[in-house]
Design a protein around this ligand. Structure first.
Ligand SMILES: Cc1cc2nc3c(=O)[nH]c(=O)nc-3n(C[C@H](O)[C@H](O)[C@H](O)COP(=O)(O)O)c2cc1C
Length: 215
């Protein structure tokens, strides 16, 4: 099979990112870009975050998770702590998270360290989820091999039965992580591939160093 994509190209010309206009803390710029993306009509699921971990097999693995909260501290998502990513994180908390908002020609790349969030925060978020998602968390041993779809559907039926008369608690193996950034790079597409790239790097005194990178 062969498909030549050399003609697939686009000029990025919508916006710019100038050092003079930058806040001291990158989370402030993240918030500004997030709100702009959120109010941009053609961007769906603005909270899609591509999360790369370093696996037990030594390979990086990237997958989409949903960003569920951000604060000065970092970026929170929820998952199964026993999943492939959970095991990877337990072994090596260094991750990379990427956002790409096509309509605004913007990419953000976060390098950071992951920590579990407090149990009561995970409880609170789990409580807010629709019942179907709660049951799904009980039914799925995320990332394990399963014999068939039928087996999975049966597991769901079983947990539905189990919790028919009672509240659905959060499984202990399911909860939130926070990515605490050590660097955040903001990428703004520009014409002629002369893109703007601004990188914030956390310093020992908790200040952020700001550098412009060549495109
Ligand atoms: C749009 C989208 C949103 C997703 N959100 C989540 C999420 O918030 N948490 C999660 O564990 N998996 C989410 N997934 C599934 C993951 O991409 C992945 O399949 C799953 O977490 C298992 O990954 P792992 O085997 O590498 O641990 C999402 C997938 C897509 C496409």
């Amino acid at each position: 099979m062969e498909k030549d994509l050399s003609n697939y190209r686009k000029s990025y010309e919508k916006k710019s990112l100038l050092k003079a206009a930058l806040p001291e803390n990158p989370m402030e710029l993240f918030q500004k870009w997030f709100y702009e993306a959120d109010s941009f009509e053609s961007i769906e699921e603005v909270n899609i975050m591509h999360l790369a971990t370093i696996g037990l097999d030594g390979f990086p693995k990237n997958r989409v998770v949903l960003l569920k909260r951000f604060t000065w501290e970092g970026f929170v998502f929820y998952t199964n702590y026993n999943s492939e990513k959970g095991k990877a994180i337990a072994n090596n908390p260094n991750v990379c998270a990427t956002f790409f908002w096509h309509g605004l020609e913007r990419q953000i790349i976060v390098k950071g360290k992951v920590e579990k969030i407090a149990e009561n925060l995970s409880d609170g978020y789990f409580e807010s989820r629709p019942e179907g998602s709660k049951l799904g968390a009980w039914a799925s041993k995320q990332s394990e091999v399963i014999a068939s779809r039928d087996v999975l559907d049966k597991k769901l039926e079983e947990v539905e039965k189990k919790f028919r008369e009672s509240e659905i608690p959060r499984p202990k193996y399911w909860g939130g992580y926070i990515v605490k950034p050590i660097s955040i790079e903001f990428w703004q597409g520009r014409a002629n591939r002369m893109h703007d790239r601004i990188r914030y790097t956390l310093q020992h005194n908790f200040d952020w160093k700001i550098d412009r990178l060549e495109p």
